[in-house]
Design a protein around this ligand. Structure first.
Ligand code: COA
Ligand code: MG
Length: 287
C-alpha cells in the first residue's frame, strides 16, 4: 500500500468518489471528521457502502477508522461495521502494543459473531496522537498478528501538547513532531511492520506534498495518508519503486544467490553486505 485516503464515513458522495481515486486503501472515518450527533448514521452509511464496494473488482482495501478505545463509542462502531467485513480497522489515539492487542480481542469476538475468517481483519494504529502514545512507540513488537503498520500524525499531538502550531516558520515540523515521526520509523522497524507517514493538510499545495513524500520515502516510510483525492496520484508516484530501483534490488539479490554462503559481494564496484540484501528484498516485496 502506498496511498491511504481518509473519507468521512457519513458522506456517501465522497465514499463513491474515493472508490475511483486510485488510492490503495480507503480509511473510512467514523472519528474526528464525523460529528458526535452523526455517528449512528455514519455507521450505517459506512456498512452499506462496504457491503457494496467489497464485491467490486480492482477495489482499494477498505479500512474503517473507529473511535478510540476510551471514547465509549468503539463497540458500537465495530458492531455497526464488522458485519460488512472491512479489510482492516484503523485505531486512533493508540497507546502502544497493549491497545493493538485490546482491539485485536474485540475484532476476534466480531469475527466469530459474524462468521468471518478468524484473524482476517488487519489493524493500522495511529500511534502518536498524544504524548503517552509517543512514549509507547517501542512496544508494538508481537502485540498482534493483525497489526500491519503504525502511522504518525502531528495534528492531535499538537493539541495534546497545547502547542500554538506544529510547524516552524519555514513550514517544517517543529521538534516534538520530528521526534514522533522518527520514533514511528524506529517503532515500526522494531516490530517488523510498515511505517506510514502523516497527512499533509494543505491539500492544494502539491509541491509541498511531493517534497514531504520524498523525505518520507528517503527515511523509510512506505506509504502516506491522504485527505483529498488530488493527493493520491502524487503519493502513488512517490512511493512506487522506480524501475531503476527494482533493477538494482534484483541485481543485489542475484549477486548473493550467485555466491551462496558469502557475507559480502561486489556489484558494479560497490561493496554490499547483509543489510543491503535485506533492503533489496524488502523493496522487491512491495512490487
Ligand atoms: N474523499 C473523497 N472525495 C473527496 C474527498 C475525500 N477525502 N475530499 C474531497 N472530495 C471530493 C469533494 O466532495 C468534491 O467532489 P465533487 O467535485 O463531486 O463535488 C471534490 O472531491 C473536490 O473537493 P474540493 O472542493 O477540492 O474539497 P472540499 O472543500 O469539498 O473538501 C475537505 C475539503 C477537507 C472537507 C475534504 O477533502 C475531506 O472531507 N477530507 C477528508 C477529511 C477527513 O476524513 N479527515 C479525517 C482524517 S485527518
Ligand atoms: Mg484526529
Amino acid at each position: 500500500m502506498r496511498s491511504l485516503l481518509f473519507v468521512p464515513g457519513d458522506s456517501r458522495k465522497k465514499l463513491d468518489k474515493a472508490l475511483t481515486s486510485k488510492a490503495d486503501a480507503l480509511l473510512i472515518d467514523l472519528e474526528d471528521s464525523v460529528d458526535l450527533g452523526a455517528k449512528a448514521e455514519a455507521r450505517q452509511v459506512t456498512a452499506t457502502f462496504l457491503a457494496e464496494a467489497r464485491n467490486q473488482a480492482d477495489r482499494p482495501r477498505l479500512y474503517v477508522r473507529v473511535n478510540g478505545l476510551s471514547t465509549g463509542l468503539i463497540d458500537d462502531d465495530l458492531d455497526g461495521v464488522m458485519q460488512a467485513a472491512p479489510d482492516g480497522i484503523v485505531l486512533p489515539k493508540a497507546v502502544g502494543g497493549v491497545d493493538a492487542s485490546h482491539l485485536g480481542a474485540k475484532l476476534a469476538v466480531r469475527e466469530a459473531e459474524f462468521g468471518l475468517d478468524d484473524g482476517g481483519t488487519r489493524i493500522l494504529a495511529i500511534a502518536t496522537e498524544n504524548a503517552l502514545g509517543v512514549f509507547a512507540l517501542g512496544t508494538f513488537a508481537g502485540a498482534s498478528h493483525r497489526l500491519m503498520g503504525i502511522a504518525w500524525g502531528g495534528e492531535d499531538l499538537s493539541a495534546d501538547l497545547g502547542a500554538e502550531t506544529n510547524r516552524r516558520e519555514d513550514g517544517s515540523y517543529a521538534e516534538p513532531y520530528r521526534l514522533a515521526r522518527a520514533l514511528t520509523l524506529l517503532g515500526a522497524a522494531a516490530a517488523g511492520i510498515d511505517a506510514i507517514d502523516a497527512v499533509y493538510t494543505n491539500f492544494r499545495d502539491m509541491d509541498g506534498l511531493a517534497a514531504e513524500c520524498r523525505e518520507a520515502r528517503r527515511d523509510g516510510f512506505v506509504a502516506k495518508m491522504a485527505i483529498h483525492p488530488a493527493q493520491v496520484p502524487v503519493i502513488n508516484e512517490a512511493f512506487t519503486p522506480s524501475i531503476e530501483a527494482i533493477e538494482r534490488a534484483r541485481a543485489v539479490v542475484e549477486a548473493f544467490k550467485a555466491n551462496p554462503g558469502a557475507g559480502v559481494v561486489g556489484v558494479n564496484g560497490e561493496m554490499l553486505d547483509r543489510p543491503h540484501l535485506l533492503r533489496a528484498e524488502r523493496l522487491l516485496g512491495r512490487v
